[in-house]
Every structure is written in structure tokens, then in C-alpha cells.
Design a protein around this ligand. Structure first.
Ligand code: NAD
Length: 358
């Protein structure tokens, strides 16, 4: 019998509970269809946790996540908490949970569905076949380096430092090679090795690690060139691995290839198989409670969880195929509908995807 996997469920704020409910329906259907077993435990996090427990990340929620095999997160935040002091803001909880769970990489797929090619700002023929993943290092580099100001001959001067050590590069490189192995076995390592010392260490380390992955084809791409190539030949990329700041920028660029934020899934991973899975979008306060949010990003985050944490590749494929079939049949939520009057609500979209899973 399949062992029972423990899922920590954090619905969060705004549209979080609405989209998570649809993802859970999908997981229940795959239990039936693929013999999987999940045990769901719910915890408070974000704005709702501030209201009910006085902190964005209550200890019992963190303990629940630490005991789980994976975390499914909706979204947190909203105008109600925007003017709170830093320790009482939902985003502080997000940084806290990533740190406490040791999550050092962020994974963002950009998968272009054929029937939505027209929704992108790029030409459909350029997008044809685009299916890539950006693996971004999350805990090092210039965002976390020493920052200070000092006097200089030219007036006040600001300094940001970027550091990476071999261990930090090696663990993310291995993760990216492993992910490439489950896909088309192509890895593009993005750096600025012609200028930056951290990039030279990055490249040397990636090359050394590549010896353990002879089945994966490795290319090195300078970050400025990568920004261009993503627009010129997105379909030629499979897995892209890069440092924190380059990844921040390139993953947003890659996200726009797909056309809608309501379609984008993400994962944050640490050592081992454990991961936190969430849609890229936020809590969308403007549509919260209306039942019109697109649940696809959260549903595709479940497919990502099945692949990266559990190795349930068949069930993951079934989810992605179901999403694709429903879209091909012309069903849309209002964010991706051309004719808004025919748009489906959140639960109707979820039901159709559930029904299409075989
Ligand atoms: P947002 O992603 O919540 O919304 C941006 C726009 O996209 C809105 O018009 C919204 O209606 C639309 N949208 C987003 N998701 C959608 C979906 N599933 N279906 C249909 N339309 C969708 O970004 P924002 O407005 O900048 O932020 C709102 C709140 O969310 C803020 O408090 C922000 O801090 C928070 N936020 C949280 C996360 C997270 O939890 N990881 C990420 C980003 C933003």
C-alpha cells in the first residue's frame, strides 16, 4: 500500500483559501485515480494568523510544516496589514518560514499552453513548445551581503556586497542537475563570469559538479545574453540555474512568456525532498471572496509537488494534461477569458479539471 504523505496546508489570506480548496479537490481525485494517500493538516499563517494569534507565523504552524512531507500554501497579505510594524506583517512570516524550513532554492516553471499562446505578448511561433524551469538560489548573493554607506570623494557612497561559497553553489547545482535529469536533460547555468568573481566560482563549481551528471547537457550563458535568448528562443531552454539576483529578474521575465499570473506555479526546496509549493500570485485582495480567482496556478503547484517531492510523475502528468484539456476545450476563468461573460468561477474550473483527471 502507498504510504500516507503528510501535507501541511496553509490557506492564508484573500483568494488563498479559494484556490487551495480546488487544489485539495484535485489531490483527492488523484488519491482515487492513482492510489495515492494524503493526510491534510491545516494551519494559520499570514494576516489571518496576525488577527487570531498575534503573529504571522505561529509556532504550531511552523511545527506542523516541520513534521510534514510537503507544504501547500495559498497566498498571504492584504491592505488590512500593510501599515503594521514589520514583525506584524504577513511578508515577514513568508521570509521566516523559508528560513526556518531551510529552503534555499526557488523553482518556477514557465509552461506555455498552446491554446493560450495568443495571451502572451510574444509571437505564438516563438513560444511554440516552451516548457522551462528557472532554479533560483534564494539565500545568498547581493541581497544578503553586507550593505553600508560611507563618505567618498564623490559624496556619500553606498556599497552592496555579493558573496557565494562553494557549498552554496554546489547544493543548488546538484538540485538543478537532478531536476534536469527528470526532464529533457539540458541545463543552462547563467552567470556573469566575464566580470564577476562570484560568477567565476559559480561556473567552476557547476563544471566540477557536472562530472557527476554526464547524461545532462550543460551550457553556460551570460546573464545579459540569457535575457535576450529567453525572448528569442524560449523553447530551447529546459532547466536554467542561476544566483539570487539574476534568478529574481529572469524568473519574472520567463513568467511573462505564459501570459497570465493566474497560471504560474512555484516551489521552494531545501536539502532532500521536502518542499513548499505555492502559486506565484499573491492574495489578490481586489477579487477575494468573489469566487472568480483562477485556481490553475495552485493546481499546477500540486503537479510540481508530485514531481519534485514525491516522484509521482504519472499523477503529475495527469494533472497537467487535465488542465491542458480543459483549456483546449475553451473553458476560462475571467483573468484569461477573452469574452468575460462566458468566464467560469473558481470552483467550476476546479470541478472541470478534477473531472478530466483519469
Ligand atoms: P497579486 O498577485 O495578488 O495580484 C495582482 C493582480 O493579479 C490582481 O489584479 C489580481 O486580481 C490578479 N490575480 C492574481 N492572482 C490571480 C488569480 N489566481 N486569478 C485571477 N486573477 C489573479 O499581487 P498584488 O496585488 O501585488 O499583491 C496583493 C497582496 O498579495 C499583497 O499584500 C502582497 O504582499 C501579497 N503577495 C503575496 C505573495 C505570497 O503569498 N507569496 C506573493 C505576492 C504578493
Amino acid at each position: 500500500m502507498t504510504d500516507v504523505k503528510k501535507i501541511a496546508v496553509i490557506e492564508g489570506d484573500g483568494i488563498g483559501p479559494e484556490v487551495v480548496a480546488e487544489a485539495i479537490k484535485v489531490m483527492r481525485k488523484t488519491e482515487e485515480a492513482y492510489g495515492l494517500r494524503f493526510d491534510f493538516e491545516y494551519g494559520l499563517f499570514g494576516g489571518i494568523a496576525i488577527d487570531e494569534k498575534g503573529t504571522p507565523l505561529p509556532e504550531d504552524t511552523l511545527a506542523m510544516c516541520q513534521k510534514a512531507d510537503a507544504v501547500l500554501l495559498g497566498a498571504v497579505g492584504g491592505p488590512k496589514w500593510d501599515s503594521n510594524p514589520k514583525e506584524l506583517r504577513p511578508e515577514t512570516g513568508l521570509l521566516g518560514i523559508r528560513k526556518a524550513l531551510g529552503l534555499f532554492s526557488n523553482i518556477r516553471p514557465a509552461l506555455v499552453f498552446d491554446c493560450l499562446k495568443e495571451a502572451s505578448t510574444l509571437k505564438p511561433e516563438v513560444l511554440e513548445g516552451t516548457d522551462l524551469i528557472v532554479v533560483r538560489e534564494l539565500t545568498g548573493g547581493i541581497y544578503f551581503g553586507e550593505k553600508f554607506r560611507r563618505d567618498s570623494a564623490g559624496g556619500e557612497e553606498a556599497v552592496d556586497t555579493s558573496t557565494y561559497n562553494v557549498q552554496e553553489v554546489e547544493r543548488i547545482a546538484r538540485q538543478a542537475f537532478e531536476i534536469a535529469r527528470t526532464r529533457r536533460k539540458k541545463l543552462a547555468s547563467v552567470d556573469k563570469a566575464n566580470v564577476l568573481e562570484t560568477s567565476r566560482l559559480w561556473r567552476e563549481t557547476v563544471i566540477r559538479v557536472s562530472a557527476d551528471y554526464p547524461d545532462v547537457e550543460l551550457e553556460h550563458v551570460l546573464v545579459d545574453n540569457c535575457a535576450m535568448q529567453l525572448l528569442r528562443r524560449p523553447a530551447s531552454f529546459d532547466v536554467i540555474v542561476t544566483e539570487n539576483m539574476f534568478g529574481d529578474i529572469l524568473s519574472d521575465e520567463a513568467a511573462m512568456l505564459t501570459g497570465s499570473i493566474g497560471m504560474l506555479s512555484s516551489a521552494s526546496l531545501g536539502e532532500g525532498a521536502f518542499g513548499l509549493y505555492e502559486p506565484v500570485h499573491g492574495s489578490a485582495p481586489d477579487i477575494a471572496g468573489l469566487g472568480v480567482a483562477n485556481p490553475v496556478a495552485t493546481i499546477l503547484s500540486v503537479a510540481l509537488m508530485y514531481r519534485l517531492t514525491f516522484g509521482y510523475h504519472e499523477a503529475a502528468e495527469a494533472i497537467e494534461r487535465a488542465v491542458s484539456e480543459v483549456l483546449d476545450a475553451g473553458y476560462r476563468t475571467s483573468d484569461i477569458a477573452v469574452d468575460k461573460s462566458t468566464a467560469l468561477n473558481t470552483s467550476a474550473m476546479g470541478d472541470l479539471i478534477v473531472a478530466a483527471i483519469r
